[in-house]
Design a protein around this ligand. Structure first.
Ligand SMILES: Cc1cc2nc3c(=O)[nH]c(=O)nc-3n(C[C@H](O)[C@H](O)[C@H](O)COP(=O)(O)OP(=O)(O)OC[C@H]3O[C@@H](n4cnc5c(N)ncnc54)[C@H](O)[C@@H]3O)c2cc1C
Length: 553
């Protein structure tokens, strides 16, 4: 079993060894000098130390769990699996969005659960849900705690006490059916542990979101996450062959591999249900042989529209590589500045010499059997060249692969230095994508402008489909130290309104949570919301399952 990183309360985690320097400067070792100068100039940012309050000073209200409820939970699960100590509660307070981290850094843990409970089996989980239903206790399933949309906010309109249902005791491989390429996994299992278990059999599940050090299989299913192998093993929901959902009304076994036509697909109701219908207690996943070869390389386009057109062309010919990641000019420039060093300098020089300025960087990767990889790569490369792309070689792509899980650690550091750092994402058809891109950027720039300075809005496309692609935006701005939460809420509202109006989806992979639910009706219509409410009423008649997320008030 690989060593699992520990959850932390006010950030993603301690920076990996070797990246901190004892200079007293929160950004030492995080930003190159050039990147720092760029941010100061562009954002009007004054680098300053804005450290979190000490953990001991985080305000935590006393648990509101009634004594008789505590006793009943202990009787069901055992005393060691019902925790009300300060640390357990703080560690399950909310998720890891910029707003979550701001609150915890300011010492606010008002969204902490009254207790943390750890069921060990499906039967125990079902009994727990029935008990909580009877006692009027809200349950919030907790996987890795990496939600970025307020999925763990634990808000209840009736203000009932809430418990976090931590799935950490159900975190192992339960069955591996090699001939059927299928593994059955406990919901609390994290990606690295699962990959290691499968790797021993020469298999992989290949789902690699940036949060993979902490996020769990149950969380992936509950949010319909998307990994970095954009077209290869992109969407987690496409890997799920079946699952078990424990609800207050009973247990549902969903999905019938390999395929069935027995009515509408109820599995689809559980995928993306974000804990509102019950707790996912088991997941059956499709697995595949570990790729024999993996080839990654970088390309450059002169402009963003040229890059989009080339990806669209690849999609039309069914030639999208397993990984595609096209950065716009702002993201490309920022990445090169952040990377620094001789390699980045040489790359900038070579792009300029070819008339690409800094261009728009495209990273592509192919994985699988050597002959297939070779053939797909050759065909795709020819279309990329036709689209005006210049091949940069492997180094830039290998560097991205090596550092791709580092951004959340960098975010902690940037927050320490007085910056607003957040991301948002959407998807749109190929025809709508350029308009969605412009609309979201303009809304963020307008709402986060301060004293004549605009935020840095960096975008990339990371998941391609025949019909369109996802769009991921990262925002950096000088933080408003007086009203930081309001500052981001205003920007997020403006960007969400704008991208929906332009034809984007509310979310391509982060899910709805508490943050997006005011807009859900715009995406699925009033009747769609009523259908979801009716299903919830049947499975969770007392409305105890994560009531603050997904469904609008
Ligand atoms: C730095 C960072 C990078 C990220 N990168 C990506 C990315 O690349 N791709 C992506 O898709 N997302 C990404 N995310 C978002 C997040 O990691 C995903 O949504 C992930 O799937 C959540 O998994 P989790 O186990 O942490 O779930 P949690 O955060 O614990 O829970 C998420 C939601 O699912 C519910 N839930 C969790 N487990 C269960 C269960 N067993 N049964 C029922 N409901 C459950 C919770 O109640 C909550 O509403 C990122 C987040 C961060 C902070």
């Amino acid at each position: 079993m690989p060593e699992q990183p520990e959850l932390t309360i006010q950030g993603w985690g301690p920076a990996p060894a070797g990246t901190t320097e004892p200079t007293g400067d929160p950004l030492a070792g995080t930003l190159t000098k050039a990147a720092r100068r760029h941010l100061v100039r562009e954002l009007g940012w004054t680098p300053r130390a804005t450290p979190p309050v000490p953990v001991e000073e985080i305000r935590l209200a006393p648990s509101r769990l009634p004594e008789e409820a505590h006793a009943a939970l202990v009787e069901l699960l055992g005393a060691e699996n019902v925790r009300t100590d300060r640390e357990s509660r703080l560690l399950r307070a909310g998720g890891k969005s910029y707003l979550d981290l701001l609150r915890r850094r300011e010492g606010d843990a008002s969204d902490a659960p009254c207790a943390v409970v750890l069921p060990g089996t499906t039967e125990e989980t079902a009994a727990l849900l029935a008990l909580c239903s009877e006692l009027g206790i809200v349950v919030v399933p907790f996987g890795g705690g990496t939600s970025v949309v307020g999925g763990l906010a634990g808000v209840d309109p009736d203000d009932r006490p809430a418990v976090a249902v931590d799935l950490g005791r159900m975190a192992s491989v339960q069955a591996l059916d090699v001939p059927s390429s299928m593994v059955t996994v406990g919901p609390g299992m994290r990606g690295p542990a699962l990959e290691q278990a499968l790797g021993r059999e020469g298999l992989t599940f290949g789902h690699l979101p940036q949060s993979w050090e902490f996020a769990t299989v149950g969380g992936y299913a509950a949010t319909r996450s998307a990994g970095q192998a954009s077209t290869g093993v992109g969407r987690f929901d496409e890997l799920v062959a079946g699952l078990t959902l424990a609800t207050p009304s009973g247990v549902l076994e969903l999905g019938h591999p390999p395929a069935t036509a027995a009515g509408p697909d109820l599995l689809g109701l559980a995928l993306g249900s974000e804990g509102t219908l019950g707790v996912i207690t088991e997941v059956k996943l499709r697995v595949r042989p570990k790729p024999a070869v993996a080839v990654y390389e970088g390309w450059s386009f002169r402009t963003w529209p040229a890059g989009l057109a080339a990806l669209q062309n690849l999609a039309r010919h069914d030639l999208l590589p397993d990984v595609v990641r096209l950065s716009d000019a702002d993201e490309t420039r920022a990445n090169l500045l952040m990377a620094g060093g001789a390699g980045a300098k040489a790359l900038r020089g070579s792009l300029k010499a070819r008339g690409h300025g800094e261009g728009c960087l495209l990273l592509v990767g192919w994985e699988g059997l050597p002959d297939l990889v070779r053939a797909r790569k050759r065909a795709a490369s020819s279309l990329l060249r036709d689209g005006g792309a210049v091949r940069l070689g492997r180094r830039v792509a290998e560097s991205w692969r090596a550092h791709r899980f580092g951004a959340p650690y960098t975010r902690d550091k940037l927050m320490d230095g007085g910056l607003l750092v957040e991301t948002l994402e959407t998807a749109a058809t190929w025809s709508a994508l350029p308009t969605v891109y412009d609309a979201a950027r303009r809304a963020l720039q307008a709402s986060l402008s301060r004293d004549g300075h605009q935020p840095l809005v960096m975008s990339h496309v990371s998941h391609g489909y025949a019909t369109g692609a996802s769009l991921y935006l990262t925002v950096l701005a000088d933080r408003d130290d007086a009203l930081p939460i309001q500052q981001w809420l205003t920007a997020k509202r403006a960007a969400t309104d704008a991208l929906l109006a332009a034809g984007g989806t509310l979310t391509h992979h982060h899910a709805v949570g508490a943050d997006h639910r005011p807009w859900l009706e715009r995406e699925i219509g009033p009747l769609g919301v009523e259908v979801l409410r009716a299903v919830k009423q049947k499975l969770d008649p007392e409305g105890i399952c994560n009531p603050g997320v997904l469904l609008p008030d």
